[in-house]
Ligand binder design. Structure first.
Ligand code: AMP
Length: 421
């Protein structure tokens, strides 16, 4: 038996320097949300399993096949959250946020999600999302706001090859009529037993089937656009107009249904063309019925979740390098015990002044220490032996040019601050 351990299947460790990219992606998605009045929320990583079976839907793959469930010693049935919307809405209802403040209640979150999926590149069992929810308002400007904020986040990261797919799923007036018509059509096809079952429980999801033999048969299926009621049509048209006015390009995709049951009206997905089969980097939509499904009042709402893991992969696919904030500005190389004490003090002072500074540890010799300085990515090395220090000096070496100049120890902080400005 091996003595070593590995990360569980479908999970991975996020290590430097990749972790800097992950933090930068989270921040880039969060920044536009903060500017638009969304407040940060954290919810538990596990919830009552019924929150998801009722909220996300029994017939979805997420609930029927992919949930990590557990029974506590006390007998509670819990599930690791497979997505964020149901939890955020549960928390908002529990705290009465919809009664206390303005509607919509605007919230954003950042956290890990868990789905028991077959792992492959871009698809993991633990992955990260940054999400946003606007709870308690039916307003096409709000749907458009969220889509614009996501598009702005991707743009701010420098991503160019993403597309926005847009659809309307209708509401409780028109969707059932369409559902029945689609079901009728699907009953006439030659489908496997699983798909026949799906057609009975949730026929819209069959439209999402990617298998060529199913796709072929779906040609000529009734389209939801032809069934939308006047209100849904007008609402959708407004969302489209607002996006166009904001210079956000989108593609109408009548087959976009998404894997969660709670969506109504506006539905959208962000896809990146450099990611192969797992091309969705984010998605969302309106979920006007979800609050009632989980025991709350009628609260029409809209939201999205963007995948952090896949956004990082999209950056890689486009060859976009983000600045690495982990690299130190300054790396100190003391030669001797007294120098160590003094340079440790200097490093502490530099850090307190807001510069990033590091020191060689572990009693390395000069050669190994200079190698460590080079590897650290720092702009400057501060080198000092006991003799320099006796004269009140340190040597400041510019690691890009190799140029070395003596600097008075008591002027070190101000000199570096000036040079790094
Ligand atoms: P969903 O909650 O299914 O609408 O997914 C929203 C976004 O989360 C997707 O567009 C992906 O970027 C990301 N995502 C969903 N499932 C996974 C997964 N298993 N692994 C990595 N990212 C995922």
């Amino acid at each position: 038996m091996s003595n070593s351990f590995q990360a569980p299947k479908g999970t991975y460790d996020i290590l430097p320097a990749d972790s800097a990219r992950v933090l930068a992606v989270r921040e880039a998605i969060a920044a536009p949300l903060r500017r638009a009045g969304y407040g940060y929320i954290e919810t538990p990583v596990f919830e009552d399993v019924k929150l998801f079976s009722r909220g996300v839907g029994e017939s979805t793959d997420i609930v029927s096949k992919e949930m990590f469930t557990l029974t506590t010693i006390g007998g509670d049935e819990l599930a690791l959250r497979p997505e964020g919307t149901a939890s955020v809405l549960r928390a908002a209802l529990e705290a009465n946020l919809h009664r206390i403040g303005n509607l919509p209640v605007k919230l954003w979150y950042s956290g890990s999600q868990y789905r028991y999926e077959k792992p492959q590149k871009g698809r993991y069992r633990q992955f990260w999302q940054v999400g946003a929810e606007a709870i308690g308002a039916e307003d096409p400007f709000l749907d458009a706001e969220l889509i614009i904020l996501a598009a702005d986040a991707y743009r701010s990261l420098g991503l160019r090859n993403f597309r926005i797919l847009l659809n309307s799923l209708g509401d409780k007036q028109c969707r059932p009529v369409y559902r029945a018509a689609l079901q009728e059509f699907l009953r006439g096809l030659d489908l496997d037993a699983d798909t026949v079952r799906r057609a009975e429980i949730n026929p819209l999801r069959v439209l999402d089937d990617k298998r060529p033999d199913v796709r072929k048969q779906l040609v000529g299926a009734p389209a939801l656009v032809d069934f939308l009621c006047e209100e849904c049509k007008a609402y959708h048209e407004q969302v489209r107009e607002i996006l166009t006015a904001a210079d956000v390009a989108f593609e109408d995709d009548p087959n976009l249904v998404r894997g969660l049951d709670y969506y109504t009206r506006t539905t959208f997905e962000f896809v990146h063309d450099g990611l192969g089969s797992q091309s969705a980097v984010g998605g969302g939509g309106r979920y006007d019925g979800l609050s009632e499904m989980i025991g709350g009042p009628a609260l029409p709402s809209v939201g999205w979740a963007l995948g952090v893991d896949r956004t990082v992969l999209a950056l890689e696919a486009e060859g976009i390098e983000l600045p690495n904030p982990a690299a130190s500005d300054v790396f100190a190389v003391p030669l001797g015990e007294e120098a160590r004490r003094v340079l440790f003090g200097a490093v502490t002072a530099l850090r307190r002044e807001g510069l990033s500074a590091d020191l060689v540890y572990g009693g390395k010799g000069l050669k190994a220490a200079m190698k460590a300085a080079d590897r650290s990515g720092a702009r400057f090395a501060v080198v000092a032996g006991d003799r320099d220090l006796a004269d009140g000096l340190v040597q400041l070496k510019d690691l890009t040019t190799g140029e070395q100049t003596p600097v008075a120890l008591d002027a070190l902080v101000s000199t570096l601050k000036e040079k790094l400005k």
